[in-house]
Design a protein around this ligand. Sequence first.
Ligand code: FA5
Length: 342
Amino acid sequence: MTAVERIEELRAEVLSAVALAGSTSDLESVRVKYLGRSAELTEIKKSIRDLSPEDRKSVGGASNKATKEIEAALQERLESIAATEREERLRVEAVDVTLPGTPYPKGSLHPSLRVIDEVVDFFVGLGYRVAEGPEVETDYYNFTALNIPPGHPARGMQDTFFLDEGLVLRTHTSPVQIRTMLSQEPPVYVVCPGRTYRRDSDPTHTPMFNQIEGLAVDKGLTLGHLKGTLAAMARHVFGEDVKVRLRPSYFQFVEPGVELDVSCFVCGGSDPNCKVCRGAGWIEMLGAGMVDPAVLTEVGYDPEEYTGFAFGMGPDRMAMVKYGIPDLRLFFEGDLRFLRQF
Ligand code: FA5
């Protein structure tokens, strides 16, 4: 077989290989095999210089022609395959913008935090300032300054966690009252949310729980102001129709002391089997009273000039009632199934 015949054979072989190539990478293999550095056609071209002048002309002409044709065929096929591949890629990668998005798991507020936010927002709306204090408190702020001196039986009413050297885990947020009054002159209007601790554990008591303290000290404040303020707060949290009533009670640092009940916002007192008020028609909500003059004197305020009211509520208990949750301990177990319901 002459070189020219072999070139012709190779040309036909390449053209059919080009036609069979199904992808750009197939095509690249064909190009390397037939036009690459060690391809047969390349070898033939290299050997041209050793041929006789006539053969040089015919073999040279044939190989150049074949190379051009092969290159043209490769290029043409490449363009058509690339177009097909692009179309395929567009089809596979197509995004249907009308499909619903991937759902994103959303967090939610803990029921206690919802109540805390509602109460604090309400008081901030009235012009109260938010104040905070430490959870590890001194015996002085937690008890003594609140008119509960060492050895007083009222200390035993709060199951205290005692720490070293006169420190306790605060049993209520009332020490923030003292800290606030010692740090500023009256008038005082503060609301103080925070964690508190007692050695308690049953369906309505947990060892750690939240309280929100409120304190107002100004000229001419009366029990009427206290009642009006708390009634408005109860309507804000539990609904416009709720009523409040005060019952006498006792806290060492207020005089008189009261407890505030809210009318049952579920049955309004009409259902003897109501799960929320158990037929009583009223729900106990918080402790409050007029700041005892002894406490005002302790912080250097003149009780002849100023009077004040204070209240302390348990937002966890309020959330229990508001959302119908039977056991307070569920609040702090961190079970996501519980939390996801809110
Ligand atoms: C007090 O702690 C007073 N410092 C409240 C106060 C403030 C009275 C200012 C007067 C003036 P008491 O011990 O009743 O009061 O607690 C207040 C609220 O905290 C209760 O009504 C209850 O909702 C909540 N609470 C008390 N102990 C627990 C507990 N172990 N778990 C959950 N909530 C509790």
